[in-house]
Design a protein around this ligand. Structure first.
Ligand code: TRH
Length: 392
């Protein structure tokens, strides 16, 4: 048994359900808490292999290792590292805490309730109205243990959005020098991209809309480069690939008319941010890349994580309503239709709306620049979380 070192630390528990979103969000939050608030953080993760895709220097075989000031602990069942309660315990996205952890909370509650860490469930991000009413509510568990529901969100009454404090300054400095993007493409092994070409990053789920857009781009007047990591987007483009997805290699280029598909290596989160800052349009998905595309201050399409009974479309419309609030009506309408068509896999509609919305249209670009400042709403998620803990 290895002991975790101190008692004012925070523990974050994360199970990798599928994809990279759960680990992406918790890893980003853990880094920010450690870096900006000097909080010792233990991040317990059940699947280090998946994690290593977005943190290539991680060794999936190690039970414990440290990066960016965060202790990354392999969450095995039973735990091989002893859990020592700290100040805060975050269970991400309603993952079930290990029985030994819950037992320890109960034990501490009986000894002295003041010893029990503040226990929070970090929820998924949604722009829906009801989030304000549920954010911060406590729920009573066994033996009078209290668990709070922490809801990220876009308004002042929610838990806020994850965003590092110096992110916009770094982004502006990056975007001010056009040589940065060309240098980045080079480093990523993506060749043949000229500064005047249109560059689109694609990190989506499967959708027929993607193959329709590629069809359109092949015939475009200007050169278009689509940068795509090996993964789910490519399942919709099999007819354009020279071999099985498994046999594609990062840096490989596939030409079809004026469209070049580039197979993108996966990078760490900082590299992914830089990529989003460097493209003209970003097609993103889920929760974390969706936010990062907003912080990139570039036009984007959001492929939302599909849910039963098309509930994701309700969430999509809630966000669209916020995002379009002060956009000129024609641009708002076209951007809305483009996002809906992409999510519904409507091939002909997605082509029409892409064409109608010249993606570098000035008002949309200006809006993309202003939106991050408005959306942060005075405080980012980590700041609000630290304040929430102080008050609880
Ligand atoms: O991977 P996702 O589809 O995750 C989803 C959603 O979070 C969804 O809400 C959740 O229910 C489901 O997982 C289980 O998309 P998301 O949220 O954008 O997460 C991707 C993460 O991967 C994000 O942190 C960015 C990161 N990433 C890199 O760090 N480097 C890369 O090269 C790429 C492509 C992504």
């Amino acid at each position: 048994m290895i002991k975790t070192p101190c008692s004012n630390h925070w523990d974050i528990f994360c199970t990798v359900v599928d994809n990279y979103g759960d680990i992406g969000v918790t890893w980003r939050l853990a880094k920010q808490l450690a870096h900006e608030y000097q909080i010792p953080v233990n991040l317990w993760v059940d699947d280090l292999n998946s994690f290593s895709h977005i943190l290539p220097s991680l060794d999936p075989l190690l039970a414990s290792q440290s990066f960016n000031g965060v202790n990354i602990l392999h969450w095995r069942t039973p735990l091989v590292i002893e859990f020592v309660a700290g100040e805060v315990l975050i269970e991400a996205f309603a993952c079930e805490l290990p029985a030994t952890v819950k037992n320890q909370l109960l034990h501490l509650q009986q000894l002295d309730p003041k010893l029990v860490p503040i226990w929070l469930n970090l929820e998924y991000l949604s722009a829906e109205d009801w989030v304000e009413g549920c954010h911060g509510l406590p729920s009573l568990q066994a033996d009078r243990l209290k668990k709070f529901f922490y809801f990220p969100g876009f308004t002042a009454k929610t838990g806020g959005l994850i965003c590092e404090q110096n992110l916009f300054t770094e982004r502006d400095a990056w975007q001010a020098d056009p040589s940065n993007k060309l240098q980045l493409f080079n480093t990523l092994g993506l060749t043949g991209i000229e500064s005047q070409d249109t560059v689109v990053s694609i990190f989506s789920y499967e959708t027929e809309a993607l193959s329709a857009l590629c069809e359109l781009w092949q015939q475009s007047e200007q050169k278009i480069h689509a940068l795509i990591p090996k993964g789910r987007s490519l399942n919709s483009l099999i007819h354009l690939l020279p071999c099985d997805i498994d046999n594609l290699v990062a840096g490989q280029q596939i030409n079809h008319g004026n469209l070049t598909l580039h197979i993108l290596p996966m990078t760490d989160q900082q590299g992914f941010d830089r990529l989003l800052w460097s493209c003209d349009v970003n097609i993103v998905r889920g929760e974390d890349s969706f936010l990062r595309a907003q912080w990139a201050a570039k036009p984007f399409i959001w492929h939302i994580y599909p849910q039963e009974d098309d509930y994701h479309l309700v969430k999509l419309e809630a966000f669209i309503q916020l995002y379009c609030d002060n956009l000129p009506p024609e641009i708002a309408q076209t951007w809305t239709k483009l996002n809906l068509a992409f999510n519904q896999g409507l091939q002909s509609a997605v082509k029409t709306h892409w064409q109608n919305l010249n993606p570098v249209d000035l008002p949309l670009l200006q809006h993309a620049k202003q939106w991050p400042i408005d959306a942060i709403n005075a405080a980012d998620l980590a700041t609000r979380l630290v304040q929430f803990v102080k008050k609880s």
